[in-house]
Each structure stands twice: as structure tokens, then as C-alpha cells.
Design a protein around this ligand. Structure first.
Ligand code: SF4
Length: 458
């Protein structure tokens, strides 16, 4: 299926009939950009105070959608015509809420950089593609991507609360704000029924939670009615860009269709606000497991310590860091890309400092539809039939004896040629090689080892 998804979707059911026309409030953000968290309502312009800041529909209607509105909010951008070119090429939308997380109207600010069009998006090296993951090639029916054996992804809508400048689906998201038609949904349902090997359906987009709750429920109910589907996952960035969308009414609807899982997309600790925490808590309290998919972004989160802070903050909100994505080879995102070696360095830093619960899997979603490939620092140094040599986070090398067989002859002692080498570990002649001094050894020297193991029962 080569056609753009956007062409075959329909107008989204975001706004209800009584909604005001978009842009009617004259909302602005620029004078209030120094707060460290969401600007309190008292700091907002009169028009915004009058409106209900906590109403997600108001937030959607009052998104910054044009360069004029952007410059109105960020006067420093005036005269930067390249921004208009970038916004013409890739849609612009920023919720008032997300704009209020901006601390400085500059591309040095991570939230600003993720939201505001940048001339660098026009940079177009030849290896970038509109659809590097070739999702359109793995689309047996419009709107359904079937790449992995047991999973399928449904593009429910092309609308997002905010159009992230680093989006993988720049070719679709926001080009036209549309959502799936009943006819498409029925074809998707038929496909899922005909493929009982699909047990996990991901509702994605765009952002499914920009749809009105009844419209979203129709999709979820249709998928849930396929009895071979076990898990429904929703990919949404609304806890980050529109947390007021996580209403009690939405959560009540979702919990009727368990098992429902949600993956969200925090990229930087500046996105942790009281509203975001409350949104995550509401979902977690409803028994919805939460995961997070961070994209590794140059100048935003390509720093080991910042990534540690992000992962710790997520776990505190009961959100499991699930994936750390290498930036895809998507047209318009070259300035966000980092070397894979930097990602490995970050993973190396996290291991040993954070519990496994807080460490995401670093993956490269391979160009050409190759799927997600986990990338790890190398912890296996060498292996032989008798021993595998492993490295821990401290740099300690450990010889792990493989199971004995009649052919193997482990453990013959050091050869007497001096200090052990990796070769001695691989041959089983030495058990380990370790750095002379580590924090762990320091801690050990500060207490006397227990003479009786703690876990002895009499
Ligand atoms: S919310 Fe997701 S789909 Fe929408 S623009 Fe951001 S990354 Fe893309």
C-alpha cells in the first residue's frame, strides 16, 4: 500500500459541536517563559485565565498553529523566514500547556527545540527518507502496519496535540488532521480476525488520545472484539504535551478494555510537571501499566547524567523506561541525530547506576523495515567451550565456567607467567581480573563481612 495514510483518513473527532473556533482566545506565552514549571493560571493573559486551562479541548483549540501565532508568542523569532519554510514543510502545533514548559525562548531550551520549527529541518542529506522504516510497505490494509509476527500497529489518526520536530512520522502527522474511517476500521478488524497470530495491537498515529473519547472507544472496542488479540497498547504523548487529556472519564473508559497498556514519550526532565505527574498517576491507578519511549536527541537528552535523571523521574511516576530510540533516518531530523557510540556510552553509564527497572533498551529501528535492533555495550569479552569472559560495569572481568562435559577440562590453575590475562580467564585458569580500586571495594573495606550468611535457616 503506497498511498499516504493521511489521504484515506477522515476529519478527526476532536472538537465537539459546542467548541469555540480555534484561535479565538488570542492566547500568548512569551512573557511567561521563565517559570520552572507550568505557568500558574494567575500568570496567564486575561484571555487564557477566562478559558479553562485544564480543559483539553480548550488546549487543542488554542494550539499555536501558524508562524504568526508563534512570533506573537516568541517575538525573538520575528524575521526568521526560514522558520516559515520549515513550518510549511512540516506542520506546527504547540499546546499552550507545552509552551508554558519553555523556560527560555531559544533553541538551547530543550522544550523549545522539540516544539518550534527550525531551519535545520530543511537540511536534507540523501540518506534521509520520508518513511525510512518502510511502514507503508508493511501495510496490508490502509492504516494497519504488520511488520512483526505477533504485533500490528494501527494508525488511528494523523492528529497530535503537538507536532514534535523530531517525529518519525513527519510524513503523516499533521499533514492533514484526520482519523480512521468506519470502513477502514472494519477492514482492520477483518484483517486481525484473519490473523490469529497477532496478539498485541498498538494504537498509534498521530496521537490516539487527541480523539474524542467515544470515537476512541469505538476503535478500542472493535479491536477488543477480536478474541485472538490479548493486549491493546496505546502510544500517546498526551501525558507530556496535553496531560489534562487524561480525564477521569477517559480512564474509566480505558479500564473497561483491559489489558490496556500505554506507552508515552518523555524526552527531558523539564517535561515533568505536576500535571504530567497527575496524568500518569491517574492511569497507573487505573491499573494501566505505563512505559516510556524516549528518543535520543542531540542537544536535548544526549547526556548520560541527564538520561539518568530522566529515567529516575519516570520510575518515580510509575512509568517504566521501555525504549531509548536512536533517532530514525527521517527527512527533517538530521540536526537531532547523535552517533550510536553516544547512545552506547549512555547505556554504559546507566548500567550499575540504575536498577534494571529504570534502564531502557536502546534500539535502532533499522532502515528498510528491518525492525528494532537492540544495541548494547559489549559485556561478553571472549568465550571458549569451557569459559565465557564477562565484563561488569566497573570494568571487572569475570570468568564464567560453562557446564562441564567429558570433552572439557576446566580449571588448571595459572600458568605462572605473571598476572592473569583474558586468555587465562577464557581457559578457566583464573576466575577474575578486576580494577584495583572501585566504589564497591571501598564499601566492602568499611565493614566486617558477616561470618554467618544472612540467608541461613536453622
Ligand atoms: S506525538 Fe508522536 S506522532 Fe505526534 S508528532 Fe510527536 S512523535 Fe510524532
Amino acid at each position: 500500500m503506497q498511498d499516504s495514510n493521511a489521504d484515506s483518513l477522515m476529519t478527526p473527532e476532536v472538537a465537539s459541536a459546542e467548541d469555540e473556533p480555534p484561535g479565538s482566545s488570542g492566547w500568548q506565552t512569551a512573557p511567561f517563559l521563565t517559570a520552572t514549571q507550568v505557568a500558574p493560571p494567575s500568570a496567564l493573559p486575561a484571555a487564557a485565565r477566562r478559558a479553562d486551562w485544564t480543559d483539553w479541548r480548550w488546549q487543542m483549540r488554542n494550539r499555536i498553529r501558524t508562524v504568526g501565532q508563534l512570533v506573537g508568542s516568541f517575538p525573538k523569532l520575528k524575521g526568521l523566514t526560514a522558520i516559515a519554510e520549515a513550518a510549511d514543510k512540516f506542520p506546527l502545533a504547540i499546546t499552550p500547556y507545552y509552551a508554558s514548559l519553555i523556560r527560555e525562548a531559544s533553541f538551547a531550551d530543550p522544550v523549545f527545540k522539540m516544539a518550534v520549527p527550525n531551519v535545520d529541518e530543511l537540511w536534507d542529506p540523501s540518506f534521509l527518507k520520508d518513511d525510512p522504516l518502510e511502514e507503508d510497505h508493511d501495510m496490508p490494509v490502509p492504516g494497519l502496519v504488520h511488520r512483526y509476527p505477533d504485533r500490528a500497529l494501527v494508525i488511528t489518526t494523523t492528529t497530535c496535540a503537538m507536532y514534535c520536530r523530531h517525529c518519525t512520522r513527519k510524513r503523516v502527522a499533521g499533514k492533514r488532521e484526520t482519523c480512521i474511517t468506519p470502513a477502514q476500521l472494519s477492514r482492520i478488524s477483518a484483517y486481525l480476525s484473519a490473523h490469529p497470530e497477532i496478539h498485541d495491537v498498538i494504537l498509534s498515529g498521530g496521537d490516539p488520545l487527541t480523539m474524542a473519547t467515544p470515537a476512541l472507544e469505538r476503535i478500542i472496542a472493535t479491536v477488543r472484539a477480536v478474541n485472538t488479540v490479548d493486549v491493546i497498547r496505546i502510544g500517546t504523548r498526551t501525558p507530556v504535551t496535553l496531560p489534562m487529556r487524561i480525564t477521569p472519564e477517559l480512564v474509566e473508559m480505558l479500564r473497561r478494555y483491559h489489558p490496556i497498556w500505554i506507552n508515552t514519550h518523555f524526552n527531558h526532565p523539564n517535561e515533568f510537571s505536576p500535571e504530567a505527574r497527575e496524568a500518569c498517576a491517574r492511569l497507573a491507578d487505573a491499573g494501566i501499566p505505563l512505559g516510556n519511549q524516549t528518543v535520543l536527541l542531540h542537544g536535548i537528552n544526549d547526556d548520560p547524567r541527564l538520561m539518568e535523571e530522566l529515567c529516575r523521574g519516570l520510575v518515580r511516576m510509575r512509568v517504566r523506561p521501555y525504549y531509548l530510540f536512536q533517532c530514525d533516518l527521517v527527512r527533517g531530523v538530521e540536526h537531532f541525530r547523535t552517533p550510536i557510540s553516544r547512545g552506547i556510552e549512555i547505556m554504559e553509564y546507566l548500567r550499575g547506576r540504575l536498577s534494571g527497572l529504570a534502564i531502557p533498551t536502546y534500539v535502532v529501528d533499522a532502515p528498510g523495515g528491518g525492525g528494532k535492533i537492540p544495541v548494547l555495550p559489549n559485556y561478553v569479552v571472549s568465550s571458549s567451550p569451557t569459559h565465557t569472559v564477562l565484563r561488569n560495569f566497573e570494568g571487572m572481568l569475570i570468568s564464567y565456567p560453562e557446564p562441564c562435559t567429558p570433552e572439557t577440562d576446566p580449571g588448571r590453575g595459572l600458568t605462572g607467567r605473571g598476572a592473569a590475562t583474558v586468555w587465562d580467564l577464557a581457559a578457566g585458569r583464573a576466575p577474575k581480573i578486576q580494577p584495583a580500586k572501585t566504589d564497591r571495594h571501598e564499601r566492602r573495606t568499611q565493614h566486617t563481612p558477616a561470618t554467618t550468611p544472612i540467608a541461613v535457616f536453622e
